[in-house]
Design a protein around this ligand. Structure first.
Ligand SMILES: *Cc1c(COP(=O)(O)O)cnc(C)c1O
Length: 493
C-alpha cells in the first residue's frame, strides 16, 4: 500500500518513506491510497491483547514493514511504560464508556502514538538506507514536548532537543521536562514566547547550510509532528480495541454500532476513529467535541471553515486551536480523493483564512456531528459526573462528556457510546478541583491542588506526578531566542 499527498495524487511513497518525511514536499499530508478492510472477525479481536490488535490493524497500513519489524516496534512501545497492562482502560460512567488513553508516561493520550513513533521512525530509516542519527527538534507549549521526550528517551539512533518558553508553561509542565532522563535528551528554555520557539525551530529546519553541516557530522533533522502518518495510524488501534472490549464484556452484540465522541483540537484523534469506521468497525456517529474555540463545530454545521476569529484561552489548552491540520485529510477523502480540489481549498485557507466545501462534500461527511461546550458547561459536567458516578474526568474529556450529554438529550439516540478520555485529571487539577467543588482556585500552587484532588477523589496518584516531586533536575540551559541555533550546534558537537 502506498501513501499519496492530499495536494498531489501523483506523489506516491511507501509507508516507511511517509513516516520519514512527515509532510509531503508539496505541503500536503500523506493519506493511504485506499483504506484497508478489517478482515479479522470482531469475535477474534475480542480475544486479543492490545498488542495483538495493534499488529492486526497496523500491519494493514504499514505494508512495507516485515512482521518482525512491526512486532518489534509494538513490543518496545506498549510495555511497562504504561501503568496498566491493558494499555487502554474502559470505565462506565454517566451512561457512557470512557476510553482512558492516559496511562502512559505523560498521562495524556499523545503517549499512545508517541511511544511507538520513535521505533517506526528508526525502523523506517534503516529500511531506506538512512545512515544518519535522527535528531528530533521540537518547540512546545508544554504537553507535546514532554510526550516526545518520553517517547524518544534512550531510543538508539535518535536524539531529541526540545525548546520551551521559560515563562510560558505551568510549574508542573516545566518540572516534567527539566527532570527528563535519557542521555539523548536535551531541554532548553528560551527567553521568549511559544511563537519565538516555533519560529526558531522552523528556521533551523529550513536552513540548508545548517542541515548540510549536520549531515557531515552524521545527523538528520526530523519532527514528531502530529500530522505524521506514524502518529495517526497507531491511534486507529484503540478504537478497534475499545469495540472489542465492549464485545468481550457483553455490552454489545457483534456488529452492533457504537457512537464515538472525541474531544478535538488538531483533528488527529477523531480522524483515526473515522479510519477505524472506514475499515469496517461498526460505528454510527463520530461526534467531534470542541471547546469555546469552536471552529470545527461551525464547520460541520455550515460547511465553512473560518479561522478568522479571536483565539480563546480555555481550561482545555490542548484543544485551543484555530487550524486543525488533520482536517485536510477528511477534506481530501470527502472530495472523492480529489487532490486538486483539496489543494485549491487549502490555498484559499492560506490566502483568506477560510473556505467553503461543496454540498457533495458535506454529504460525504454525514458520519460526523459537531458539538461544543462552554467553560461553564465543562466545569459543571466534571462536578455532575463525580456526584452521580464517583468518577473524575479531566477538562478535555469533560468537553466530550458535555457534548455527549447534550446530543443524547436532544436526539434521544441511546446507542452505546465511547468517549475518548484524553488526559488524567491530575494533569489539569486546578480546573478539575474547581469543577468538583463548584468554585475557582487561583492562589493555590499546582502541588496543593494535586493533593486536594487526591483527597477529594481518592484516585491514586500516577507515577508521572509522584516522580516530579522528587526527581533530579537535569536540564538547566536557558538561552536568548537568537542563540537557539548555537545551542543546537553545541548539543550536537
Ligand atoms: C492533543 C490533545 C487533544 C486533541 O487531540 P487532537 O488529535 O489534536 O484533536 C485533546 N485532549 C488532550 C489532553 C490532548 O493532549
Amino acid at each position: 500500500m502506498n501513501y499519496l499527498s492530499t495536494r498531489n495524487k501523483q506523489l506516491s511513497v511507501t509507508a516507511s518513506q511517509a513516516i520519514l518525511k512527515g509532510l509531503s514536499d508539496d505541503g500536503g499530508l500523506f493519506v493511504p491510497e485506499s483504506v484497508p478492510v478489517l478482515t479479522t472477525s470482531l469475535e477474534e479481536l475480542s480475544k486479543m491483547s492490545y498488542k495483538e490488535v495493534a499488529y492486526d490493524v497496523m500491519s494493514r497500513f504499514f505494508t512495507d514493514f516485515t512482521e518482525e519489524e512491526l512486532k518489534n516496534c509494538i513490543d518496545r512501545a506498549y510495555d511497562s511504560k504504561f501503568e496498566t497492562a491493558n494499555i487502554a482502560e474502559m470505565k462506565k460512567a454517566d451512561d457512557a464508556w470512557f476510553l482512558e488513553l492516559y496511562h502512559g508516561k505523560t498521562i495524556a493520550f499523545k503517549d499512545m502514538a508517541l511511544s511507538i513513533l520513535p521505533h517506526l521512525l528508526t525502523t523506517s530509516a534503516k529500511k531506506n538506507g538512512v545512515k544518519e542519527e535522527i535528531v528530533i527538534l521540537t518547540a512546545t507549549s508544554g504537553d507535546t514536548g514532554k510526550a516526545a521526550l518520553a517517547g524518544f528517551a534512550d531510543v538508539p539512533g535518535t536524539r531529541i532537543i526540545v525548546f520551551y518558553p521559560k515563562d510560558g508553561v505551568s510549574r508542573v509542565q516545566e518540572l516534567q521536562m527539566v527532570t527528563q532522563k535519557g542521555d539523548n535528551t536535551k531541554v532548553i528554555a528560551i527567553k521568549g514566547n511559544f511563537d519565538d520557539a516555533q519560529t526558531g525551530v522552523k528556521q533551523m529546519f529550513n536552513n540548508k547550510e545548517l542541515n548540510a553541516a549536520l549531515k557531515e557530522k552524521g545527523f538528520l533533522f526530523s519532527s514528531a509532528n502530529s500530522i505524521n502518518i506514524g502518529r495517526l495510524i497507531p491511534q486507529v488501534v484503540y478504537y478497534v480495541f475499545a469495540y472489542a472490549q465492549l464485545l468481550k464484556k457483553g455490552e454489545i452484540k457483534s456488529g452492533e454500532k457504537i457512537n464515538i465522541v472525541v474531544p478535538t483540537g488538531n483533528f488527529g484523534n477523531i480522524l483515526a476513529a473515522y479510519y477505524a469506521k472506514r475499515m469496517g468497525l461498526p460505528v454510527n456517529k463520530l461526534i467531534c467535541a470542541s471547546n469555546e474555540n469552536k471552529v470545527l463545530f461551525d464547520f460541520f454545521t455550515t460547511g465553512t471553515y473560518d479561522r478568522n476569529r479571536d483565539f480563546i484561552l480555555t481550561t482545555s489548552p490542548s484543544m485551543d486551536i484555530l487550524i486543525s491540520s488533520n482536517l485536510e485529510r477528511l477534506i481530501f477523502h470527502s472530495a472523492g480523493d480529489d487532490s486538486d480540489k483539496c489543494a485549491a481549498l487549502m490555498e484559499e485557507l492560506k490566502k483568506t483564512g477560510k473556505y467553503t466545501i461543496t454540498e457533495d462534500m458535506k454529504a460525504n461527511m454525514q458520519d460526523f456531528l459537531g458539538g461544543y461546550a462552554s467553560e461553564k458547561q465543562v466545569s459543571e459536567v466534571i462536578g455532575k459526573i463525580f456526584k452521580d458516578s464517583s468518577y473524575v474526568i479531566d477538562t478535555h474529556t469533560a468537553v466530550g462528556a458535555s457534548v455527549y450529554e447534550a446530543y443524547r438529550a436532544e436526539s434521544g439516540d441511546n446507542t452505546v457510546s465511547v468517549i475518548a478520555s484524553t488526559a488524567s485529571p491530575y494533569k489539569f487539577s486546578r480546573a478539575v478541583v474547581g469543577g468538583l467543588l463548584g468554585k475557582e482556585f487561583t492562589k493555590e500552587d499546582d502541588f496543593e491542588l494535586i493533593d486536594m484532588l487526591h483527597d477529594l477523589s481518592g484516585v491514586e496518584l500516577p507515577e508521572a506526578v509522584k516522580e516530579i516531586k522528587t526527581a533530579e533536575v537535569r536540564h538547566t540551559t536557558v538561552c536568548e531566542v537568537a542563540e537557539m541555533q548555537a545551542e543546537v550546534e553545541k548539543t550536537l558537537a
